[in-house]
Design a protein around this ligand. Structure first.
Ligand code: FAD
Length: 286
């Protein structure tokens, strides 16, 4: 049957999960519950964001160390260069390496309000990290173009520079139109970019929050998505979860058919949807 067939096509899928440092005790509890729930699926790694200019890098570092030592999953810190000197970045990178961290998500970070031309871009950070140690490096990619880039080609050449500086993987900004991702992957290949391009999947549970994110990041929200969530009661969490899981599942199936083997989930520190999607993909506790 159709589901069986699609599951057999989905063999050999790898996943990774992204979390952010929690701000309250309640959120902290939720984070560790989610990590415990998702760890037995043996993801390729779990990554932890670091909000540029937040001054909370230590919190990212602590969570990363704990994931690696307690959950036994390779843990990957996000590191931004917009808010640190080269000397600081070298020290942080060496410390990560000494703590057994082997992959870093290397980012520039958003410009602070009124900030002028940055001293470093993500490609410069990749060069710096590779100079410190032989990290595996993931970078950000934007199927719908980074908001600051003047055009698609300019942004693609930036991705190529990050690749040439030593990145091996690019995680994309979230998106909903799978053809946008597939076209982007084709354009990257045509530009000679040799990166594993991993789709960033955002399982949507809160439509209003999504609209805010999408506006900040220039991500197109298709009319069909709006129709799905339109008229739903804010309080009806079950229906919203079912819809969100279903939408993400459809996307993942289309992408897997197109040969995508690794999916990165923006969990927003929740496990339910990501777990359900992974289970349907055939991933089991190990
Ligand atoms: P870059 O690759 O440096 O690109 C930034 C912009 O500058 C692009 O428009 C690019 O085209 C342009 N550009 C590059 N080089 C030049 C040049 N020489 N001259 C002129 N323009 C140039 N933010 C956080 O604060 N913390 C996180 O943990 C975090 N995690 C993320 C994870 C993923 C998967 C993604 C997709 C984004 C994440 N972000 C995070 C957001 C990211 O920091 C912002 O999107 C930021 O504005 C750009 O970062 P970048 O690494 O893509 O920058």
């Amino acid at each position: 049957d159709a589901l069986n067939q699609s599951l057999s096509e989905l063999n050999g899928i790898d996943v990774s999960f992204e979390f952010f440092p929690p701000k309250t005790e309640k959120m902290e509890t939720m984070l560790w519950k989610s990590i415990d729930r998702l760890a037995p699926l043996k993801p390729a790694y779990m990554s932890v964001t670091y909000g540029a200019n937040s001054g909370e890098r230590d919190r990212t570092h602590d969570i990363v160390k704990q994931i690696q030592s307690q959950a036994g999953i390779p843990a990957v810190p996000h590191l931004t260069c917009i808010d640190a000197s080269k000397e600081e970045l070298r020290t942080i990178a060496q410390d990560y390496w000494d703590n057994g961290i082997r992959r870093i998500v290397a980012l520039r970070g958003d410009l602070p309000p009124g900030g002028g031309k940055p001293e470093m871009y993500a490609s410069d950070l990749v060069t710096l990290l590779k100079d410190v140690a032989d990290f595996d490096i993931s970078v950000a990619a934007y199927p719908e173009k980074h908001p600051e880039a003047p055009n698609d080609q300019f942004d693609l050449l930036n991705l190529k520079r990050k690749n040439e500086a030593g990145a091996s993987e690019a995680i994309t900004q979230f998106f909903f139109d799978t053809s946008v991702f597939l076209r982007f992957r084709d354009r990257a290949a045509a530009a000679g970019i040799d990166l594993d391009i991993v789709p960033g999947i955002l399982p949507v549970t809160n439509y209003q929050t999504l609209l805010r994110f999408a506006q900040m990041t220039n991500v197109h929200v298709p009319a069909w998505l709006h129709k799905h969530f339109d008229g739903l009661d804010e309080g009806d969490q079950t229906t919203r979860n079912l819809l969100g899981a279903n939408i993400a599942m459809d996307m993942v199936k289309v992408l897997a058919k197109e040969g995508v083997k690794h999916f990165h989930f923006y969990t927003l520190n929740r496990s339910e949807l990501s777990y359900a999607i992974c289970h349907m993909l055939g991933l089991r506790q190990q």
